[in-house]
Design a protein around this ligand. Structure first.
Ligand code: HEC
Ligand code: HEC
Length: 206
């Protein structure tokens, strides 16, 4: 797909993909690898290696987190506008077994390679990631997301994720738009834009 940041156009592309493969989802459990190639790859990239910051990378993401998010889209608990526009309809067609199979497939892809970034932002971001901002009550991100931001259990991998996607999510946690994540909302509510950008730049580089 040609890179485009116009959600409307991409969404139409996603719908066209659904029609092209005759996907209604009602057929019961489906094979995650196949569905990922036929459908999810049109936005999230081949093997989850998305090239557009509009779409989060899914490669090597923690399986429990992937399952929780897909269920969160399905039951509308994850409700920011992009989640509604892009993921609610798709997730409504996925049963539990298909979700587990998709999560297992993406979790087993190779981890993304880090990008480069502005040295001053990287240093500032590293500081926040490893030590938090004690004077502002922001805990170290590493304490939940892992020493290398590789994620664990229900804490997502953040390493190698698109900077702009990460920043957008921090904004959603802060405003409450991504309302089903009380722990992250508490972490994000005192992070300002400059701090969010620095830590996101650092994470994309891991
Ligand atoms: C038409 C484009 C499109 C298609 C097709 C699509 N997605 Fe998404 N997906 C998105 C967008 C956009 C987001 C980000 C939503 C946001 O910013 O809140 C997203 C978010 C996600 C997330 C959350 C990731 C995270 O880091 O929190 C998961 C998991 C996901 N999609 C899985 C899938 C799976 C599995 C499929 C195939 C069954 C799929 N998506 C198909 C557009 C798409
Ligand atoms: C106390 C544990 C904890 C700490 C500390 C923490 N997080 Fe999180 N974070 C979470 C959890 C849990 C989630 C998953 C939320 C959900 O289920 O939607 C998450 C999700 C995220 C996401 C969304 C990822 C995605 O793929 O959509 C971002 C971005 C994020 N955290 C950034 C940070 C940053 C930056 C810091 C440090 C300033 C941080 N987190 C500190 C627990 C934590």
């Amino acid at each position: 797909m040609k890179r485009s940041h116009q959600p409307g156009r991409i969404w139409l592309g996603g719908l066209a993909a659904l029609v092209a493969i005759g996907w209604s989802g009602a057929a019961g459990a489906q094979d995650g690898e196949k569905l990922a190639a036929q459908l999810c790859s049109s936005c999230h990239g081949v093997h989850g290696k998305s090239e557009s910051p509009m779409f989060p990378r899914l490669d090597a993401q923690v399986p429990n987190y992937l399952e929780a998010q897909l269920k969160g889209f399905r039951n509308h608990a994850r409700g920011e506008t992009d989640a509604q526009s892009f993921m609610w309809g798709i997730a409504s067609q996925l049963d539990d077994k298909t979700i587990t199979s998709l999560a297992d497939y993406y979790a087993h892809q190779t981890a993304p390679a880090g990008a480069s970034g502005d040295p001053a932002l990287l240093a500032r971001g590293k500081e926040i990631f490893e030590h938090g901002l004690p004077s502002e009550g922001v805990p170290a991100c590493a304490s939940c997301h892992g020493q290398h931001a590789e994620g664990q259990d229900t804490f997502p991998r953040l390493a190698g994720q698109h900077e702009a996607y990460l920043e957008r999510q921090i904004t959603h946690f802060r405003s409450g738009a991504r309302g089903n994540a009380p722990v992250m909302s508490a972490v994000a509510h005192t992070l300002n834009d400059e701090q969010a950008k620095a830590v996101a730049t650092f994470l994309q580089a891991q």
